[in-house]
Design a protein around this ligand. Structure first.
Ligand code: PXG
Length: 473
């Protein structure tokens, strides 16, 4: 693995904290079952051990420095090594490392974060339900949406409509909401009463229904698939529609501008709850605090996680709009749902420090006015590369679609594994990008500067050249 990395590509001299790579790899292979990993393949290759992070960089146990253009897993928005978050965690741990929010108790950190989130989210949100992760938060959404309709005397409204290629997490309900076929194939998913429509992916449909259509025309068409599904299921059976403003794990699928306003109209027309899963898009990623603000919707429920603590500690939750909150509070009695770590005080203290930092550094404004537009400009310049079919971005999340022939949009054969090959070149150059099929993804920390965007694109340029050399024939 990383021992093959040539020393002359801007990699730091050895900064390894210890020299235990082999030992860690062996112990890891013997004991650690990783998420979304083929363990035989990993054991043969040897896992990469990440030991340290600072700013936009992480270092592995061999001392190689990596430019983390994925913010960990779309979460380290304030970058690594922010002392204010460390301090907040230490102080809270010293004062009160844990207390629960069950049985008529609360903690100051959880109250303060709830209040802060209510102030920082669109006007319809005055209440939050905390979880430990995005997956749990989406399970909560299923419970809340169905409970809402039960309390309104419409228990038959149970169906939740989602989209193919969506990612909403890995618990049973969240994986069912997700539209990943490979996940559904393991474990008998989806659970009952969750159905899917196609995603608003203009590129994917370029040779099909989107042929000859502008993106905006296609956006209206794709939103129409929701109405078709509602009518097929029967509107009186549909509880909610859930979607990521921009599908993240699915490959940074930026919808046409016409899509979400049309989705909102359809939900309103049929009285259906709208759930915006903002686990990736929330906290400034799209250039507004929330993706629903960027795309013009008014969700009833909103999932968050990742960016709420910049990934420093686990925390997630659901912002519950007043339409739902009023019914739950005034008619619901006890809500039979909750997690040990709902409102964990250490996580909430870190969340508060993280929000302070985002505001102090004006990261959301920076993404909207400076770094987001600059990233889009640098991305547009890649459009002429002989390997690049399309580029898409929204704020600080971007996709580079690789294809065999950009003029015709002809794709590479899947078995060529072009995206994964490109990703290997990334690691050799000291860059972390994600490959979703042949779509290369970046979502750098929101603290990135213009100069660092230049640095990232210099690396991307080298990586695309290498990939082009490998596959041009
Ligand atoms: N919703 C969305 C939109 C997500 O992106 C989750 C829910 C689940 O959150 P938790 O905290 O339970 O993981 C996510 C998570 C990838 C990748 O490969 C993306 C996620 C997780 C793991 C991998 O892009 N997003």
């Amino acid at each position: 693995m990383s021992t093959n990395v040539p020393p002359d590509f801007g990699l730091a001299p050895s900064t390894a904290t210890t020299h235990g790579t082999r030992a860690w790899q062996e112990a890891d292979a013997a004991h650690f079952l990783h998420p979304f990993t083929d363990h035989q393949a990993l054991a043969a290759q040897g896992v990469r051990v990440i030991t340290r992070g600072e700013g936009l960089y992480v270092w592995d146990s061999e001392g190689h420095r990596l430019f983390d253009a994925m913010s960990g897993l779309w979460c380290v928005n304030v970058g690594y090594g922010q002392e204010a978050l460390v301090q907040a965690a230490c102080e809270q741990m010293r004062t009160l490392p844990y207390y629960n929010a069950f049985f008529q108790t609360t903690t100051p950190a959880a109250v303060a974060l709830a209040q802060r989130l209510a102030a920082r989210t669109p006007a319809q949100f005055e209440h939050v339900f905390f979880s430990g992760s995005g997956s749990e938060a989406n399970d909560t959404n299923v419970r809340l949406a169905r409970r809402y309709w039960d309390l309104l005397g419409q228990p038959q409204r149970r169906v939740i409509i989602s989209r193919h290629n969506a990612y909403h997490g890995s618990t049973m309900a969240a994986a069912s909401l997700g539209g990943m076929a490979a996940m559904h194939a393991q474990g008998g998913l989806p659970i009952p009463d969750i159905v899917h429509i196609d995603q608003p992916h203009h590129w994917e449909h370029r040779h099909g229904v989107a042929q000859g259509m502008s993106r905006d025309e296609f956006g209206v068409l794709a939103a129409g698939w929701l109405e078709e599904k509602i009518l097929a299921v029967g509107a009186e059976r549909v509880a909610a529609f859930i979607g990521e403003p921009v599908q993240g794990a699915g490959g940074v699928v930026v919808p046409p501008a016409t899509y979400w306003p049309e989705i909102q109209r359809i939900c309103d027309r049929h009285g259906i709850l709208l759930i915006s899963d903002e686990v990736i898009c929330g906290f400034g990623r799209t250039g507004q605090w929330w993706g629903c603000e960027t795309f013009g919707t008014r969700p009833d429920l909103m999932t968050f996680a990742k960016g709420v603590t910049s990934g420093y500690v686990p925390l997630g939750g659901v912002m519950v709009g007043e339409r739902v909150a009023r019914v739950l509070i005034e008619r619901g009695g006890e809500l039979a749902h909750g997690y040990t770590y709902s409102g964990h005080p250490v996580a909430c203290a870190v969340g508060l420090a993280n929000l302070d930092l985002i505001e102090r550094l004006q990261l959301v404004e920076r993404v909207r006015e400076d770094t987001g537009p600059y990233l889009a400009e640098r991305l547009a310049a890649l459009q002429d590369h002989p390997l690049v079919g399309e580029v898409q971005s929204c704020g600080l999340m971007a996709a580079i679609q690789l294809c065999r022939d950009p003029r015709t949009g002809e794709a590479f054969a899947a078995e060529q594994g072009v995206g994964m090959a490109c990703r290997r070149h990334c690691f050799e150059r000291g860059l972390v990008m994600r490959a979703v099929g042949d779509r290369m993804i970046v979502a750098p920390p929101l603290v990135i500067t213009r100069a660092q965007i230049d640095e990232m694109f210099a690396l991307i340029g080298q990586v695309l050249e290498r990939t082009w050399e490998q596959f041009r024939s």
